[in-house]
Each structure stands twice: as structure tokens, then as C-alpha cells.
Design a protein around this ligand. Structure first.
Ligand SMILES: Cc1ncc(COP(=O)(O)O)c(C=O)c1O
Length: 386
């Protein structure tokens, strides 16, 4: 409806919409840009607030021309829950979690896939493919089934069992590959060239991030249009992080929010922390870690294509980046479960461990409003908790 053009996130070069898009000519992620003046005339924050919760209640700020073409399973509209007991254990007066585990397929990946699959179908893709550390594969399989499009997923051999079973149950062709998501990505790339499948890998098409940005809009609404001081986000490919930042920038342009944006915190596992290392060393791009490993499978992303974009957001937001080891992230998962009854994915548990570290350094102060993004459900990772 209000989508205007696609913009290279590095060079700002503009590309037309209306066809299946991948990356910019220089190989960088593309960002969707809208006619926000017109979109804002048709959707105000009051109209948004009055609609039933859910991702497609933001249709005017999403790329699909006809919202009745949306491939939806009821994604978005997740709760923002207070964490009083965990907050008091960490010495914080206002700690909350946006619980993305309540999405279809049990993770925030549903948001990105709902928009990407809707767009791919509307623009004529016939078969969809992606490499996945786990949850994205399950979500793509589910939305592909809903759309009636064949799906091909490549996952590491040691992917959590639930992710593989879910993808297969939804009819996806699953290929298990020795290695990490980067090796899976190589195989998918080759197959897409040979077979004509459309590649919906993280940030290699521009619309998954549009789905993820809806987390930022919902958060603003749920916080009464005053954003929190600090957001902690478990980071692999980084779409959620850059997506939320994009939402904040759009909302500022729409006149929906003002004031300072939150300080963004990237949380990774010590076994695979390319963004943390690049941030600490002041680099503009990430380097590939040796032997990337962690039980938080969504964080095992050694070569994120959105590294430059993430690092820019971190610096612009006066944020920081923290790595925690596997014992600490599993302990963090148990802690939020015991204190608050939320059985989070280990990626979500990593945030608890990181927040403890940031409190110890006084980087987060007791009076600050802090939001954790629990990106998935612990039920898909039973292997980690035995
Ligand atoms: C539960 C969970 N959290 C976080 C991530 C990382 O997400 P992103 O690629 O948006 O950084 C993933 C990705 O697989 C995931 O499954």
C-alpha cells in the first residue's frame, strides 16, 4: 500500500519494488522504505491501538499491497509481562519481558516468516528455501504449508530435535548438514541457483525484517509510547535487533514517539560471539569465530550478513554487547522459569545472565526500565535441560 522503494543499507542506493528482491547489487541487505506521510494519514497510533492485537494490525506499515493476501497463523500481539521477582533478585524496579514464545511455532521467527512468505507468494515465488539454526526452519515450513508452497530447509545435524520434527511434519524437505548454519547457507545458495527456489535466508530478502520490526511497534504501544531505557536481545543473524531499531526510526518520523531511544544490548554465547567481539574491538564488521558452538542454537550464527547494520545500531543507541557461556545461559533459563513461570528458550535465558553482568558493572541502573526479548519457548530445547 505505502511501500515506496528498497534501499541498500550500506550505500543508500534505491531499488524498485514489485519483484522478488534479494540483496543490493553490492551484496548488502535491503531495507523497505515507505511513504510514511501517507501511511500516517491512514494509520494513527490510536487506530493501531484500537485494532485487535496482531502483526497484521500494522498492515499500512508492512510491504504487502493487499492485506487479504497475508499468510497468517495469528502471529504477533505477544504480551509484555512484568518480572517482579526476577527484577528484585537483580535489583531492578521495572523489569519486563516481551514473550515471543507465544507466537505460532513457538518463536519470534513466525513474524518474519509471515511477512516474507506473504510477499514471496504475492510476487510469484514457487518454492521457498532457507538455512536455519532451528526455529526459522520450523516457522518457514509452517508458513509455507499455510501458503501452499513447497519448502526446503537445511539445518545443522545437531539442530534441536523439535525443530526438525516440526519442519518435517509441516511437509518441508529437510536436509541435515554437517556444520553450522553458514554451511547450510552455502548448500541452499547452490540449490536455489540450480532449482530456482526462492531464498528467504535472514536479510538476504528484505521482508523478514519487516515482520520483526512489528516487535518494536508493539513494544511502544504496550509501554504507553515511552520506550524503555534498555532492551536486551539474543542475537544471531540480528534481524530482530535491526528490525526494532527500524521501527523506532519509522515511529519517530510518523510522530508516534519522541525522546531518546533505548540502549540496545546484543547478547551472544561465548562459543559464538562475532558481534560482541567486533563491538568490543571497535570493528565495523564481524570476523568469523573459530569452532562456533553453543546449546542456544539460534545464537550459533558465525557469519551474520547484517553485522555492519547491527554494529551501527549498537553504537548509535549507546548500547553494548555481552557474551555469556552455556552454563550461565542455561542457569538463566532456569532462573526466569523458577521466579516467573516462563519457560524460555536458552536464547532468552542468556539475557538473564547478561543482565546480571550489566547490573554488576552498573551499566544498568536500579531505576531503569529494562525489557528482555524472550525469542522462543524452552519446550523446543528439552535436550538442554536434561
Ligand atoms: C530462539 C531464538 N532466539 C534468537 C535467535 C536469533 O535471531 P536473529 O537471527 O534475529 O538474531 C534465533 C535464531 O534462530 C532463535 O531461534
Amino acid at each position: 500500500m505505502f511501500l515506496s522503494y528498497l534501499e541498500c543499507t550500506e550505500s543508500a542506493e534505491r531499488l524498485e519494488t514489485g519483484h522478488l528482491a534479494t540483496v543490493s547489487p553490492s551484496g548488502m541487505p535491503l531495507a523497505a522504505r515507505y511513504d510514511l506521510d501517507s501511511a500516517g494519514e491512514s494509520l494513527s497510533r490510536e487506530t493501531f491501538a484500537a485494532r485487535p492485537p496482531g502483526l497484521w494490525s500494522l498492515a499500512e506499515l508492512l510491504p504487502l499491497a493487499d492485506p487479504s493476501d497475508a499468510v497468517s497463523l495469528g502471529e504477533g500481539g505477544t504480551p509484555l509481562l512484568r518480572l517482579p521477582a526476577l527484577g528484585s533478585a537483580l535489583g531492578l524496579g521495572r523489569l519486563e519481558v516481551k514473550d515471543e514464545a507465544l507466537n505460532p511455532t513457538g518463536s519470534f521467527k513466525a513474524r518474519g516468516m509471515s511477512v516474507a512468505v506473504s510477499m514471496a507468494k504475492a510476487l510469484g515465488a514457487r518454492e521457498l528455501a532457507a538455512p536455519s539454526a532451528g526455529n526459522a526452519g520450523g516457522a518457514l515450513a509452517a508458513y509455507g504449508a499455510r501458503a501452499g508452497l513447497p519448502v526446503h530447509v537445511a539445518m545443522p545435524v545437531d539442530v534441536p530435535l523439535a525443530n526438525r520434527i516440526e519442519a518435517e511434519a509441516c511437509g518441508a524437505h529437510v536436509r541435515l548438514i554437517e556444520g553450522t548454519i553458514a554451511d547450510c547457507g552455502g548448500w541452499i545458495r547452490e540449490q536455489c541457483e540450480e532449482q530456482g527456489w526462492f531464498d528467504v535466508s535472514t536479510l538476504k530478502e528484505p521482508y523478514r525484517v519487516e515482520g520483526k520490526k512489528t516487535m518494536g511497534y508493539e513494544l511502544a504501544l504496550q509501554c504507553g509510547w515511552k520506550l524503555p531505557d534498555v532492551i536486551l536481545y539474543p542475537t544471531g543473524g540480528g534481524t530482530g535487533l535491526v528490525g526494532m531499531w527500524k521501527a523506532f526510526e519509522e515511529m519517530r518520523e510518523l510522530g508516534w514517539i519522541d525522546g531518546p531511544f533505548p540502549r540496545m544490548v546484543v547478547v551472544q554465547a561465548t562459543g559464538c560471539a562475532p558481534v560482541v567481539e567486533a563491538f568490543e574491538q571497535g570493528h565495523e564488521a564481524a570476523r568469523v569465530p573459530e569452532n562456533p558452538h553453543t546449546v542456544a542454537s539460534g545464537l550459533r550464527v558465525p557469519t551474520p550478513i547484517g553485522d555492519r547494520w547491527m554494529l551501527r545500531v549498537l553504537r548509535e543507541s549507546n548500547g553494548t554487547a555481552v557474551a555469556v557461556d552455556d552454563d550461565a545461559l542455561v542457569a538463566g533459563t532456569r532462573e526466569i522459569a523458577r521466579h516467573e513461570g516462563i519457560f524460555a528458550a536458552p536464547e532468552g535465558g542468556a539475557l538473564v545472565a547478561a543482565l546480571r553482568e550489566l547490573r554488576a558493572r552498573d551499566w544498568v541502573r536500579p531505576e531503569e526500565h529494562v525489557v528482555l526479548f524472550n525469542t522462543g519457548t524452552g519446550l523446543k530445547y528439552l535436550e538442554c535441560f536434561q
